[in-house]
Design a protein around this ligand. Structure first.
Ligand SMILES: C[S@@+](CC[C@H](N)C(=O)[O-])C[C@H]1O[C@@H](n2cnc3c(N)ncnc32)[C@H](O)[C@@H]1O
Length: 221
């Protein structure tokens, strides 16, 4: 990394700290501070707390692997984003949704996460809370998520129960889940969706893109 890049990153990080530190837990913000500069030129996968910060700072396109850019390109091609959307598991700073919002010509984006505490950001509707089977999704045209982790199964169930389209990029984590490995988890998700599709007539796809690390799931009519 050049000295110029390092100085630019440190400057952006100090501005980011001033604006957003108050919305993070101490541990999460320490992680961002410690890794923001050193992981910037990493060729390996970068934690989502850093992805949120890089996106907010306008740095995603300079990353070796721009997961947010890839996700936005794919959701735009695979779904109609012009309507009222719900992003589940947006993280602390919902910068993915803020960037997607700029690509919408009509509609709204609501974001939801128990860790999102920022009151206003990028013309989004922000819900500090956990997505559950009881969350009212009737007003949304699409529920989506990038690496929504433990919310994944609930998002799938909700999509079928409420007949709302779903688009999500899976994360690679099965921690705390009763599976031997990641493939058993994928088979289980597929079995669940096959059975729900048989009951409801809703379609589903599980598919991969070479620029995203794990499969994506889509349900649709
Ligand atoms: C791996 S992080 C991804 C964050 C963000 N989508 C990103 O790509 O930067 C997973 C997020 O899902 C959130 N999450 C997990 N279960 C959830 C639920 N039931 N409802 C809402 N958010 C949830 C976590 O709090 C966490 O912020």
């Amino acid at each position: 990394m050049t000295l110029e890049t390092r100085l630019r990153l440190n400057y952006l990080l100090s501005q980011y700290k001033t604006k957003y530190e108050k919305y993070y837990s101490k541990t999460d913000f320490e992680y961002v501070m410690k890794n923001f500069v050193t992981k910037f030129d990493s060729r390996e996968s970068i934690g989502t707390l850093l992805l949120q910060a890089y996106e907010d700072c306008g740095l995603s396109e300079e990353l070796s692997v721009n997961l947010y850019g890839s996700f936005i390109n794919h959701i735009k091609t695979d779904c109609d984003i012009n309507g009222d959307l719900l992003e589940v598991g947006c993280g602390v700073i919902p910068s993915l949704a803020k960037s997607l919002k700029k690509q919408q010509s009509i509609g709204t984006i609501t974001v939801m996460d128990p860790v999102v505490k920022i009151p206003q950001y990028g013309n989004l509707r922000i819900i500090h809370g956990t997505f559950t089977a009881q969350t009212d999704v009737s007003k949304y045209k699409l529920i989506y998520g990038a690496f929504p982790c433990r919310a994944t199964s609930t998002m799938i169930q909700s999509s079928y129960e409420n007949d709302v389209d779903l688009y999500l990029a899976l994360c690679g984590c099965v921690e705390g889940m009763p599976y031997l490995d990641y493939y058993e988890y994928l088979f289980d998700l597929e079995d669940t969706m096959k059975s729900l599709s048989n009951k409801t007539g809703r379609n589903f796809d599980i598919f991969e893109y070479s620029d995203l690390p794990y499969p994506l799931i889509k349900t649709y009519r």
